[in-house]
Design a binder for this molecule. Structure first.
Ligand code: GTP
Ligand code: MG
Length: 381
């Protein structure tokens, strides 16, 4: 066997090993449902909604919120708005004549990013529970009720939901979300999950500590802080459903997926001191996310190159068929036409985002302000 062939096989084995360990652990734990001891409860809740130029869709979002199955006299809506369009007058008009939920409208002078907006909202919040959500998302009517039932468990300080359906019928996004939910369920059953979803994320107000103003993933950062500062858990409950839009096309996915990936990679690096600490969280959850988000994209790229070179060395120019097959895989994947292999495409797509994210974090000037993806909002208009 040639040196190149040995290198190719070794690289494939190293790349696959963490995934196999994860699968074995999943089969062993068999996580199902929420790990919390859920008890019905009706604490006071502040719903925090940051808005930036959402005049087209903010009314739909407000209608969604007042449809929540929860005593609305116990709910306060905190809108932190930095818009230059008519978002705030739409919000004010909507609440004319509505007593509950009560409205707190924080008007920012300039756009400062979502993290800054959330920090600002938290300064005015007095409720026991905070529910963070986004304009470009929809919640199931029982989302809030299910969330607070999780927080009744005194070992749980934060809970996020599952993206149940992708508006826009993107198979790639749906597959990615399904896989992610399984990962998050295992993490939650072992200890805490890493990712928290901004459209649907509830936490105890008392557990909040302010987040970095340049954060690209304020939601996940809140979760990390909570786990860092206490022994309490941050979990996913698949019974809490929310909906966002998604597309399958490779080019259209990049803007939002790459920026979200940047936020997560940034948080892993900034919180590297937690590795090895905090039980399963620092000994398994964070290392697995480090592997998946930081190391694995490079290993996959390197494996692909070395395997192609080894096959070309073995069988000659016929080996060129490997990159051709890869191109066909990408072409079919973004059209949702890969049949049983379609979920694999969702993982490859996320690895591409993570690779781009790492490069952009190194070479770009990163701030906590991003270009809002208007196309993803069309489905809510
Ligand atoms: N106050 C304030 N709100 C913002 C700012 N940027 C975005 N938002 C709002 O924050 C929420 C989330 O913003 P998005 O751009 O959708 O962020 P995201 O959901 O992580 O990204 P997408 O995947 O593109 O949807 C939305 O309700 C926005 O209107 C900002 O600078 N200030
Ligand atoms: Mg959004």
């Amino acid at each position: 066997m040639t040196l190149l062939a040995v290198a190719a096989i070794s690289l494939l084995a190293i790349t696959a090993a963490p995934y196999i360990i994860f699968l074995l652990l999943y089969v062993w734990v068999r996580p199902q449902g929420s790990p919390a001891d859920k008890t019905p409860a009706e604490p006071t809740v502040s719903i925090v909604l940051p808005t930036y130029n959402e005049e087209q869709i903010v009314e739909t979002k407000l209608e969604d919120l007042i449809e929540l199955d929860y005593p609305l006299e116990k709910v306060e809506l905190v809108v932190v708005d930095s818009s230059t369009d008519d978002t705030r007058s739409v919000v004010r008009d909507f609440f004319t004549g509505i007593d509950s939920p009560s409205l707190t409208l924080i008007e920012e002078q300039d756009r400062g990013g979502v993290a800054k907006a959330v920090n600002q909202a938290m300064e005015s919040v007095t409720s026991e529970v905070v529910f963070r959500t986004d304009c470009d998302s929809k919640l199931a009517p029982n989302a809030l009720r299910e969330a607070v039932a999780n927080l009744s468990d005194e070992r749980v300080s934060a809970v996020t939901g599952q993206q149940a359906d992708v508006l826009g019928d993107s198979r790639v996004e749906q597959d990615y979300r399904d896989i992610l939910c399984r990962v998050q369920m295992l993490e939650s059953h072992l200890d805490s999950t890493f990712i928290c979803h901004g459209p649907c994320f509830a936490f105890e107000r008392s557990a909040f500590t302010s987040i970095a103003p340049d954060s690209l993933a304020d939601d996940t950062e809140i979760g990390i802080h909570i786990r860092r500062e206490s022994s309490n858990r941050v979990i996913v409950d698949p019974a809490i459903h929310f909906f966002e839009s998604g597309v399958s096309e490779f080019g259209k996915r990049r803007t939002r997926k790459d920026r979200r990936a940047m936020g997560l990679v940034q948080l892993l690096v900034r919180n590297r001191d937690l590795l090895g600490r905090k039980g399963w969280y620092g000994r398994f959850v964070l290392p697995f996310n480090w592997w998946f988000m930081i190391a694995s994209p490079w290993f996959i790229l390197l494996s692909a190159l070395v395997v192609t070179a080894a096959i070309i060395q073995l069988v000659g120019v016929v080996g060129i068929s490997i990159p051709v097959l890869a191109a066909v895989f990408f072409a079919l994947g973004q059209r949702d036409q890969l049949g049983p292999l379609q979920p694999l495409y969702a993982i490859v797509d996320s690895q591409v985002s993570l690779l781009i994210a790492q490069l952009r974090l190194v070479f770009d000037d990163v701030t906590g302000i991003w270009t809002v993806d208007r196309e993803s909002r069309k489905v809510f208009e």
